[in-house]
Design a protein around this ligand. Structure first.
Ligand code: GAR
Length: 206
């Protein structure tokens, strides 16, 4: 079977992109990255694409009239690169998913969806909200993307404890360690064709 071709979409530091590249390099992720796309020229994570000679495209939402037009440009780019899966890795813009990409776009969110997610929940805001609420566990969720923020069928979730003395930063770093395991694991399941979307649920075959 051919390796899964990923478009990785980033807005910020690209820590998940770095993690994918490391996993691919040592054979733990059965994929290749023919294109990295960012909605910002200033995204720090673009350095990882440059370092590994991965082609980069900048597609800025400000250059388009609507979410639909922005999304068309984004998915045209993905079609051109012949990708199998679009992977949102700290990508903060809303997309409308065209029919040919339904079930082919994934996201990771640093909480246990449906808690502490949706518009405005990104970065340390998520972890501050978890601590303020008094939750005892948090974690991360990998899910297929639909047309709403942090929505869509869940592929897998992993949990971490919330400790008494946690700050948003300490909790964020514990959750991110788990993200580094969860996201490649989910992509490997897709690469091995073990996921099947049934309504809101994702069936995982053994
Ligand atoms: C990750 O923690 C990811 O879970 C989160 O952004 C971080 C990566 O961004 N994504 C979301 O919050 C999506 N709703 P970075 O690479 O810019 O640090």
């Amino acid at each position: 079977m051919n390796r899964l071709r990923l478009a990785v979409l980033i807005s910020g530091t690209g820590r998940s992109l770095k993690n994918f590249i490391e996993h691919i390099d040592d054979g733990r992720l059965d994929a290749e990255i023919p294109i990295v796309v960012s909605n910002s020229q200033d995204a720090k994570g673009l350095q990882y694409a440059e370092m590994h000679s991965i082609p980069i495209r900048i597609i800025r939402a400000e250059d388009y009239k609507s979410t639909a037009d922005f999304s068309n440009a984004m998915f045209d780019c993905c079609r051109l690169s012949k990708v199998d899966l679009v992977v949102l890795a700290g990508f903060v813009k809303l997309l409308s998913i065209p029919n040919d990409f339904v079930g082919k776009v994934v996201n990771i969110h640093p909480s246990l969806i449906p808690s502490f997610c949706g518009k405005g929940y990104y970065g340390n805001r998520v972890h501050s909200a978890v601590i303020t609420y008094g939750a005892k566990i948090s974690g991360c969720t990998v899910h297929f993307v639909d047309n709403e923020y942090d929505n869509g069928p869940i592929i897998l979730q992993k949990t971490v404890p919330v400790k008494e003395d946690d700050t948003a930063e300490t909790l964020a770093s514990r959750v991110f360690e788990m993200e580094c395991i969860a996201y490649p694991e989910a992509i490997n399941l897709i690469a091995k064709r073990k996921t099947q979307i049934v309504g809101r649920r994702v069936k995982i075959s053994p």
